[in-house]
Design a binder for this molecule. Structure first.
Ligand code: FAD
Length: 649
């Protein structure tokens, strides 16, 4: 048996972004001894990179806003595929979560009369995003970390140990959720620096690992986002929901190549920035889809007037939901009206005085100045779509964040599916993290307390620990295990091929033949990845870490490709060239991915067969009082015939 450090906790939270930290705070406040594990340094998570703001219908800038309007916008943005109960809870609870942050020390930008300022964003009817310049995520994480430190100080006063009830394990990667029977018994992972293995035993585990962007070549995501939590859940027996929906943010940097994909926040457009093609035309007016026609300006003049007088004008189409804008940019470039480096132009320089740009968009100003030598107060930025966010994720219960099928497993934040339907509105992620992070922490703590009270504390099975250790060590013996198969595969080469495949064949515009080709390539990569080999030892060895991450990226990519092939319509973050329209018959259909082979014997599974089983499931009917928030004429555009019949009964 391998030598593995072991500790006992009540709740283990995997991930220290907004969702993980909010879950940990809640679990600890409800009495659970809580451990938080994160792959990178504490404080370095995607959440810290969030720029534009956090969506909450506080109504500070326009008193017409309320949770019902926010709910409607979220459902429209997701093209009605959202798990409606999540969208309802999210819209109702987001304001409380923002005010709570203030009580914990967050300092948001203010309106002239001293309230939390709120800015416009795509798809939101009213100015709704509470913000701190374009560095909102930093303030959110800073505040949650500060709250954690204050709880640890409380614990110190009582127990003499800061970490007795809440401890952060940073630079540690979890590779397996351990089980006892159907339920959770803990996690297995390794310290990145020393390579040492560890087990945290716990009856409840919250997965909050964020996104999957690193499976794609052009992405706003950083190195940690290899779909680990999605894969951990699958391997533990929990299904994933609607993985075909991947958000390509319309505005990533396109130049220079070393920074391609880095995000240009939507606040640039929310604050007045406009998109133009190489002919200088504001092309978004040509791309307003029928479902949104009544809500968007018909002319540039009307769109421009809206910034000062939103009650008597309609918003400019630059503020359509992200999927629409990304497709429009893609089409302009394809038609030969792109910018010199294959994007389009995003201009604030002719729309706002230089000092306002520097004050409202300080990070963007510095990002372009330092990375591209472009002064955005004097010239336009070049931008194009970048893989940004995954709407698909672990299938969860809306109220409790419990993962389906695995007692004791919870999921919150980007890794959880359902909340955003087929397309997320900007700003709705930060609020999602807080609303469902808190819920996951609460229900995980309650579940753990139940297990402890009953005297039925889970025990970790040594055989599972040994299997997890052997799996993690495999890249060091890849050659020895199959000596006749030639030299081991280089994990970096495999990763590059995977990213290129997903970018080219399962990217922003999808075609049946290409997705089939992608699945063939993924099968080939799966076979080769079993032979991913590394040299050296376990002390900080990034090649080894990547070899382990490949398992997760391949699993998640297979889910995305299989589900994208199955859904023969275009909706939100899933665009099929061969099925270009949204098809109402697909509205009540969820696609569920689960593991096809045995989870505990990955090496024995036939890699060519594919590891993912896909099934269609009918969504739960939308509650009548929520449907009543929409006009019938609007619902007719989205709902399937049988759903509309149900409504009139
Ligand atoms: P993350 O913040 O991504 O954190 C994941 C955590 O999991 C990290 O601590 C990571 O180290 C850890 N982890 C991952 N795998 C493992 C593992 N195997 N073992 C241990 N730990 C692991 N949304 C908005 O609402 N508004 C915005 O303005 C906005 N701007 C954005 C700007 C950028 C550049 C980006 C990339 C995203 C932006 N988003 C925005 C989206 C939003 O930031 C993310 O969706 C959100 O922060 C995800 O939070 P999370 O808590 O789910 O995960």
């Amino acid at each position: 048996m391998s030598v593995v450090d072991r500790q006992e906790w009540d709740v283990v939270v995997v991930g220290a972004g907004g969702a993980g930290l909010r879950a940990a705070i809640e679990a600890r406040e409800r009495g659970a001894r809580t451990a938080v594990i994160c792959k990178s340094l504490f404080g370095k998570a995607h959440t810290v990179m969030a720029e534009g703001g956090i969506a909450a219908s506080m109504g500070n800038v326009n008193s017409g806003d309320n949770w019902q309007v926010h709910f409607r916008d979220t459902m429209r943005g997701g093209k009605f595929l959202n798990q409606w109960r999540m969208a309802e809870l999210h819209a109702q609870e987001a304001p409380q979560r923002v005010w709570e942050l203030e009580t914990w020390g967050a300092l948001f930008d203010r309106t002239k009369d001293g309230r939390i300022s709120q800015r416009n964003f795509g798809g939101h009817e009213y100015p709704r995003l509470a913000h701190v310049g374009d560095r909102t995520g930093l303030e959110l994480i800073r505040t949650l970390q500060q709250k954690i430190v204050s709880l640890q100080q409380e614990d110190f006063r009582e127990t003499g140990d800061h970490e007795s009830r809440l401890k952060v394990f940073q630079e540690c990667t979890v590779t397996r959720v351990l089980k006892e029977g159907r339920g959770v018994s803990g996690v297995f992972g390794y310290e990145r620096e020393s390579g040492r293995f560890f087990v945290l035993e716990a009856p409840a585990v919250v997965i909050a690992t964020g996104g999957i962007g690193k499976s794609f070549k052009v992405t706003s995501n950083s190195w940690e986002y290899t779909g680990d939590g999605h894969a951990l859940a699958l391997l533990a027996g929990a299904p994933l929901l609607n993985m075909e929906f991947v958000q390509f943010h319309p505005t990533g940097m396109v130049w220079p190549p070393s920074v391609k994909g880095i995000l240009v926040t939507e606040s640039v457009r929310g604050d007045g920035g406009v998109l133009r093609n190489s002919e200088g035309k504001r092309f978004m007016f040509d791309y307003i889809p029928d479902v949104f026609k009544e809500k968007y300006a018909e002319s540039e003049a009307e769109g421009d007037r809206w910034y000062d007088d939103p009650d008597h004008n309609r918003r400019p189409p630059e503020l359509l939901p992200r999927d629409e804008v990304a497709r429009a940019i893609n089409a302009e470039v394809k038609e030969g009206r792109g910018s010199p480096h294959g994007g389009v132009f995003l201009d604030v320089s002719t729309r706002m005085p230089a000092e306002v740009i520097r004050r409202r968009l300080p990070s963007m100003y510095h990002q372009f100045k330092e990375l591209a030598d472009v002064d955005i107060t004097a010239e336009a930025m070049e931008v194009g779509p970048t893989c940004h966010y995954v709407m698909g994720g672990i299938a969860v219960d809306s109220d409790t964040a419990a993962a389906r099928g695995v007692p004791g497993l919870y999921a919150a934040g980007e890794v959880a599916g359902g909340m955003h339907g087929s397309n997320r509105l900007g700003g709705n992620s930060l609020s999602d993290l807080l609303v469902f992070g808190r819920r996951a922490g609460r229900y995980a703590a309650e579940y753990a307390a139940g297990r402890t009270d009953e005297g039925a504390r889970t025990r970790v099975d040594d055989a599972q620990v040994d299997a997890a250790a052997a799996e993690a060590l495999r890249p060091f013996s890849a050659e020895a295990e199959e000596p006749d198969a030639g030299p081991p595969e280089n994990p970096y080469t495999l990763h590059q091929e995977l990213q290129q495949t997903m970018n080219d064949l399962v990217g922003i515009i999808r075609r049946e033949a290409e997705m089939k080709q992608a699945l063939e390539k993924l099968a080939e990569l799966r076979v080769r990845a079993r032979r991913a080999g590394v040299e050296g030892h376990r002390q900080f060895n990034p090649g080894w870490h990547l070899a382990l991450d490949l398992r997760n990226m391949l699993l998640v990519s297979e889910c995305v490709a299989r589900a994208a092939l199955e859904r023969t319509e275009s909706r939100g973050g899933h665009t099929r060239e061969d099925h270009p329209s949204m098809d109402r018959r697909w509205r009540p259909v969820n696609l569920i991915c689960s593991l096809a082979g045995p989870a505990d014997e990955p090496a024995a599974t036939d890699p060519e067969r594919g590891r993912i089983a896909l099934e269609r499931q009918t969504t739960e009917p939308i509650r009548p009082d929520l449907l009543a928030l929409f006009d019938k004429e609007e619902l007719v555009k989205y709902l399937a015939d049988e759903e509309l019949e149900g409504r009139s009964e």
